[in-house]
Design a protein. Structure first.
Length: 325
């Protein structure tokens, strides 16, 4: 099923009617979503979420055939997080605007699979607004947040996990995913994720391997590769053929231990994302902070250096032949 523009608009209208304080956005201060997603440590799960998403053939082919990620790392970085942060921390109007833009971008993503991929035979049509693929992408984000907290020794208590999940279903509806299409609660969500991971729906294709190689070949680097490998489900890790021997386990454990120590000796506010800081200032009638602008500039500089490394990597690594029906 493809999420149409009419279905998206119906979802946005129903969601807007539920939001008590549009200035605060989908969630607002004190919500489990802001409590958990304000923390920069959740970016440790970024590589995990990306590889889980790419393990779905529709996502891998959509990104491989239609995205400029390899050619415009900085631009892709900015666009992605502009939309994500607007949806998570922005006022309702900004979240809705980003939802419409993302849906329009996804509407251009159509094609067919160039290979047999698990339960999907060669020639199966894919689309950026495919309901099941969108649901999986959303699920990887929610699941990766919980996975990161567990890896840092702070597993979510059942009540908090369920409250966070319920709030996250609002985020899903920004993509036109009906609430009835989602599991009822956190245990149901965990069962859905486990079932998907264990099914032939997730099959690592040639485009997925190429994109993973691009990310770890320069755009993310060795440390991120270690952390991502540690956090991935074993079956998906094996499909990507990521090394996971004694040396890799020890190195990943050392990285995560270092993050835990750093978090223990620094104030909580030091880990707050600029988007969260700006959201709280906005609700107090204040402009974005100078600190958030400095952090944003630093991230852009990092993205620029990453782009240079990725470009060099791309020039020395042949791109997989474009799939044909």
């Amino acid at each position: 099923m493809i999420v149409s523009r009419a279905q998206l608009e119906a979802s946005l209208a129903a969601l807007s009617a539920e939001v008590a304080e549009p200035r605060a956005g989908l969630h607002g201060p004190g919500s489990p979503s802001w409590q958990l997603e304000r923390d920069a440590a959740i970016f440790l799960g970024g590589g995990r979420a990306a590889l889980l998403q790419l393990a779905h053939p529709f996502v891998a082919y959509g990104v491989h055939e239609h995205s400029r990620t390899r050619d415009d790392v900085v631009g892709r970085f900015r666009r992605t997080f502009t939309h994500v942060f607007a949806m998570a921390f922005g006022p309702l109007d900004d979240a809705v605007t980003s939802a419409r833009r993302v849906h329009a971008l996804h509407g251009r993503v159509v094609g067919v699979l160039g290979e047999d991929a698990g339960r999907f035979p060669r020639g199966t049509p894919y689309a950026g607004n495919d309901l099941d693929a969108l649901t999986w992408v959303w699920a990887t984000l929610v699941d990766s947040v919980a996975t990161v907290y567990a890896a840092l020794g702070q597993p979510l208590a059942p009540a908090l996990a369920d409250a966070y999940y319920q709030g996250s279903t609002r985020f899903a509806r920004l993509f036109g995913i009906p609430r009835a299409h989602l599991p009822a609660d956190w245990p149901g969500f965990r069962a859905f994720v486990d079932a998907t991971v264990g099914s032939s729906t997730l099959t690592v294709t040639a485009p997925a391997r190429e994109l993973a190689g691009f990310l770890f070949g320069g755009a993310l680097g060795g440390t991120a590769r270690l952390v991502t490998t540690a956090l991935l489900p074993p079956s998906v890790r094996a499909q990507y053929a990521l090394p996971w021997g004694r040396r890799e386990r020890a190195a990943a454990a050392a990285v995560l231990a270092g993050v835990r120590v750093a978090r223990a000796i620094t104030p909580r506010a030091a880990w707050d994302l600029p988007a969260y800081q700006d959201a709280t200032r906005r609700l107090r009638g204040l402009p974005p902070s100078r600190w958030s602008r400095l952090v944003d500039a630093g991230l852009q500089a990092l993205a620029g250096r990453t782009a240079a490394v990725a470009t060099r990597t791309r020039r020395t690594t042949p791109r997989a032949r474009r799939a044909r029906p």
